[in-house]
Ligand binder design. Structure first.
Ligand SMILES: [Zn+2]
Length: 141
């Protein structure tokens, strides 16, 4: 689904993903789980890649995992992001769910030279400077 309005650039939000990306601050991380085999299916698909099942139910996954990759943006993609740069987006591979990797923002701002693949991470839905509830990741202490 493409949303356009005068104040925002075009944003691409797949309708099958949107319900899982948006949630209130502090809401559990909810992902689709196959009702037949129990596999967490991410990204969402019409059928389960494990058993072919076509029914899914929401599953509260523990937002814990390891850092798989990241990128830091230094140049704002549009003027509305100018005061947020630099910011870092991470991909975290969840514990307990083989191959499930989630995108989110890193709570730390600026350059983060201490990041390493495999670092332990934990996430939560938090509000950003724009009052949007986003999956936000932090490095474990
Ligand atoms: Zn299945």
């Amino acid at each position: 689904m493409i949303h356009n309005d005068r104040h925002n650039r075009a944003r691409l939000i797949a309708p099958e993903i949107a319900p899982y990306l948006h949630g209130d601050e502090g809401a559990p991380l909810s992902l689709p789980r196959c009702t037949i085999c129990g596999r967490v299916q991410w990204p969402p698909r019409p059928s389960c890649v494990e058993c072919g099942g076509i029914r899914f139910s929401p599953y509260s996954a523990a937002p814990r995992g390891t850092l798989f990759s990241w990128t830091t943006t230094h140049r704002a993609p549009s003027p509305e992001y100018a005061d947020l740069t630099p910011f870092t987006v991470v991909i975290v591979e969840l514990d307990d769910h083989d191959g499930v990797r989630l995108l989110g923002r890193l709570a730390a701002t600026g350059d983060v030279p201490s990041l390493r693949v495999g670092m332990r991470m934990h996430g939560a839905r938090e509000r950003d400077a724009r009052e949007r509830s986003l999956l936000t990741w932090r490095i474990d202490d």
